[in-house]
Each structure stands twice: as C-alpha cells, then as structure tokens.
Design a protein around this ligand. Structure first.
Ligand code: UT7
Length: 323
C-alpha cells in the first residue's frame, strides 16, 4: 500500500476588473493584434487598489475547501506559491491561514516564480508521503500588476492577477499508476540564468522594483525545458504521451504551449488553455487552469494530468497526477 496525495477540491478567484488588450493601445506603442498574435493573450484581470495577493488566495482557498466539502480547520498545512506576497514578511500563507479560520496547522510561502505551484505541489506531496500532514491546501496567487513597468511594452501587456487552489488529501493507493493522486514530480533550477527574468527591487534596494525580462531567451529555454521536465516526470513512473489525458501547462504564451505540446507528441485537443483570458498569472496560472479545466468539463475524475511550468530563476518542473 502507498499513500497518495489526492485532489479533493479545486477552486479559483479572479479580480473583477478585466483589461482587454485595446486598453494598452491608449498608453503604449502596441496593438491588440501584436499582443494576440505574439502571446495568445486577449485580456487579463487586475486587482483593485487594496486587493492584495492574500485576499485573492483566500477566496480561491475557500472555493477549493467548499469543493472538497471541508472547512479551514480541517487543513494541516497551507502552502502558498507566490512571488508577490502582500509584505516581505510574514508569509501571505499565514494571512490566508487566519482568514480561513485555521489555527491548528502550519503555513508557509513557496517562491519559485512561475514554477511556484509545481514546486508547492511537490512539497505538499512530500509532507503527505512523510506523514507530516494529511490535508494540504496548495494555493497559487499573484498580483503581478503591482510589479509592472507600465512603460515597458515588452512585459506589461503579458501579466495578470489571480489565484487558484487545490486541497490534497492523504489516501491509500495500491502503488500503481492507476492510483488517483500525485504519481511523480520533477523539479529543477539553474541560477546561472537569474538575469533573464527578475524583479529589480526588494530588500536589497528597499523598494519593490519592477519585472525585467529577456523575453526571447526565456522563450527559448521554455520550449526546450518544459517538454524535457514533463518527459522526465512521466518516465519516472513508466508513462508516456499516449497515457496523458490533459496537459495543464503554465499559461505564459500560446506559442510556448503549442511548441511544448508538439514536442511531447500531444495534440492541442488535450491541452487546457486559459492564457487568452488570464494572461500570465505566474504561480496562479496552473491552479487557475486546473479549476477552469474542471469547470469546463475537460478534466474528470481518473484523468491523467501533466502540469509543467518555467519561470524566473530559472526554475522549472512538472507534476504528473491522476485527477
Ligand atoms: O512566465 C515566465 C516565463 N515567461 C515567458 O515564458 C515569456 C517568454 N517570452 C515570450 O513570451 C515572448 O518572447 C514575448 C511575447 C515576450 C515576445 O515575443 P517575441 O516574438 O519573442 O518578440 P520579440 O521580443 O522578439 O520582439 C519583436 C518585436 C521587437 O521589435 P523589433 O526589435 O523587431 O523592432 C519588439 O520591440 O516586437 C516588439 N515588441 C512589441 N511590439 C508591439 C515587443 N513588445 C511589443 C508590444 N507591442 N507589446
């Protein structure tokens, strides 16, 4: 018998304000057509003033708990993947812990930028497998609109705000890939590439800073590394592309999503795509896509799902799970 971390609930939250591409035409030398054709993005949500990452995360967490038929007090651990916490400390996860009425568990943030949710899921899996937690709330939440350089057309049109969450619960499995739950994980980072995607502020500068990206270079690494990590995670448990029901990729750019699917030998009819509606929401993009994919009727109980993501660090990875 094996313990598996099984998805018991999923939910998401998007701020009310929707910003279509045309809004950027007013202030920047850009067009709806350029943004759509180069990234696949048509609109994104931006948080209201005073609406912070922990607020979005709390709403997504409550939606996932409701889906699981649980309350905050039923949770042993809360892991929040974010690069845009409300404050330097305490963790945004502890703010969510308080907001959902959890006092008996422990909470912490994971910071692996756009790969954050994959890293958080792998951590949650390890906590469950080691017996340290039975139920883990895993959240991805971001307010990237707070770290944009609004004069840089090559970055500010790409990102959005939002949050998604899942509840993972320890469940007995028989140790085969027919089990529901997380089946394998693959995590990577390479700090030699840290200058390709970073924020130019923080504790060192005593200001928040704004996002800087060498888009073309990140694109090149993404196409190469995403297919590689998904293959590695599938290989670990003897599965292949034909076994996959859904790829749920990080939603940064439709061209990266298409190239990765092609490299994996998986048709776009088996890929959950939300980039057109959310833009790049960094660590929130995979749980948002999981929640939307389930709500659309795409992801069903028993489906084999592969998530993969890459972002600043560079950090990248993949999780294979049976829904
Ligand atoms: O989530 C973390 C991972 N991040 C990513 O995966 C992002 C990876 N990178 C990308 O998605 C793409 O590289 C971008 C969407 C950022 C850019 O697409 P691209 O096809 O690589 O364009 P480019 O950077 O090569 O720029 C092409 C042209 C340039 O003009 P010149 O030098 O050819 O005259 C840019 O200045 O497009 C120009 N450009 C724009 N034009 C209109 C850049 N941004 C814009 C814009 N509107 N918003």
């Amino acid at each position: 018998m094996t313990i598996r971390a099984v998805v018991k609930g999923v939910g998401h939250f998007l701020p009310e304000r929707v910003v279509p591409n045309v809004e950027f035409e007013k202030s920047l030398d850009t067009t709806d057509e350029w943004i759509k054709s180069r990234s696949g993005i048509e609109r994104r949500h931006f948080a209201a003033p005073g609406e912070n990452t922990s607020h979005l995360a709390t709403k997504a967490a409550l939606a996932a708990l409701a889906d699981a038929g649980l309350t905050g007090e039923d949770i042993d651990a809360i892991i929040l993947a974010t690069s845009t916490p409300d404050f330097t400390f305490p963790s945004a996860a502890t703010m969510v812990q308080d907001a959902i009425g959890n006092t008996k568990g422990f909470a912490f943030d994971v910071q692996a930028v756009c790969a954050g949710f994959v890293f958080a899921m792998a951590n949650a899996d390890a906590l469950i497998m080691s017996g340290q937690a039975k139920r883990v709330l895993v959240i991805g939440a971001e307010t990237f609109s707070r770290i944009m350089d609004w004069s840089d057309r090559s970055t500010c049109v790409l990102f959005g705000d939002g949050a998604g969450a899942i509840v993972l619960e320890a469940t007995d499995g028989d140790g085969t890939t027919a089990d529901r739950g997380i089946l394998s994980t693959d995590l990577n980072s390479d700090g030699r590439y840290r200058d390709l995607l970073y924020v130019d502020g923080g504790v060192a500068t005593q200001n928040t800073g704004v996002l800087r990206m060498e888009g073309k270079e990140v694109f090149r690494h993404a196409v190469e590394k995403l297919a590689q990590t998904a293959h590695t995670a599938l290989d670990k448990v003897g599965l292949g592309a034909d076994d996959v029901d859904w790829v749920v990729p990080h939603q940064a750019n439709i061209r990266i999503i298409q190239s990765t699917a092609k490299k994996l030998g998986i048709g776009m009819d088996r890929v959950v795509v939300t980039v057109q509606d959310h833009g790049n929401t960094s660590a929130a993009s995979i749980p948002l896509a999981l929640s939307v994919g389930k709500a659309r009727g795409q992801i069903k109980t028993g489906d084999l799902v592969v998530t993969e993501a890459i972002g600043g660090g560079l950090a990248w990875g993949s999780v294979v799970l049976r829904w």
